[in-house]
Design a protein around this ligand. Sequence first.
Ligand SMILES: [Zn+2]
Ligand SMILES: [Zn+2]
Ligand SMILES: [Zn+2]
Length: 273
Amino acid sequence: MSPPDSNEVLIRTKKKAIKDEDGNVRLVGDGRRTIDRVEIEETFKQLQLNVDLSKLARLAEIRNDIEHMHPNVGPTLIQEALSDAMPIIRSIIVDELHHEPSDLLGDHAWESLLNEARVFKKEHDACRASFDEVDWQSVALATAAEEFRCPHCTSALIRNDNAAATNPDTLTLICSKCGRECDTEDVFEDALGRALEWEAYVAMTDGGDPPLESCPECQRDTFVANEKRCANCGFDLEGYKCFVCSAPLTVDDYRYCDGNLCSYHHHIMGKDD
Ligand SMILES: [Zn+2]
Ligand SMILES: [Zn+2]
Ligand SMILES: [Zn+2]
């Protein structure tokens, strides 16, 4: 959608002004660097392009993993990347550019794209369905379950192989891509961190309590602040009070003061000793 003769101004990071023979000034693209994900989203908004870009973040993550992780990781993620990119490519070509994808990309390329996306989606749906009977016992973990990744190859194709599992403790997590078993604690911690990334960022920049804390029982970063409960080991802070002043205990009170005194009274009692 960049105007003709603008050196693809919409996708270039740098722009420069030029003046034509008639004295008209316009901006054209400059340099080789292209805009990043956030700028792509911003540009789509400005141009009122009605394209669902929610998968773009995951695509950026995959590109990053392919670039920085072991070379074996790359191929396992390509199919997922194609599958995530498919709806974006399709809606840009069909809805915005008013073309047929097979005309623009060629029958062969478009067919393979559709096929890879289909295969991935089928496997992904099967993985998701393997968690149908699970009661996550935590809203945060239920949401994070959509973001499970294999700790070995980062694929999103994680399934539960214990059909009898009805709670998070009894899951047997297997990666359908690399075939390895995944430690549930690693998977939960990583997925919660990603699912609550934005809240953590806001808490850090605007002040406020972080959404996740280190659990005093399992030592994982899986204690969900607004649920007062650890989504990994189930440790529940609800009901823990200071036996002097009855104030509800914080995670730190519990961690450092034996679970029955607030930090203030722990301090006072310490003095009396
Ligand atoms: Zn894997
Ligand atoms: Zn815990
Ligand atoms: Zn107290």
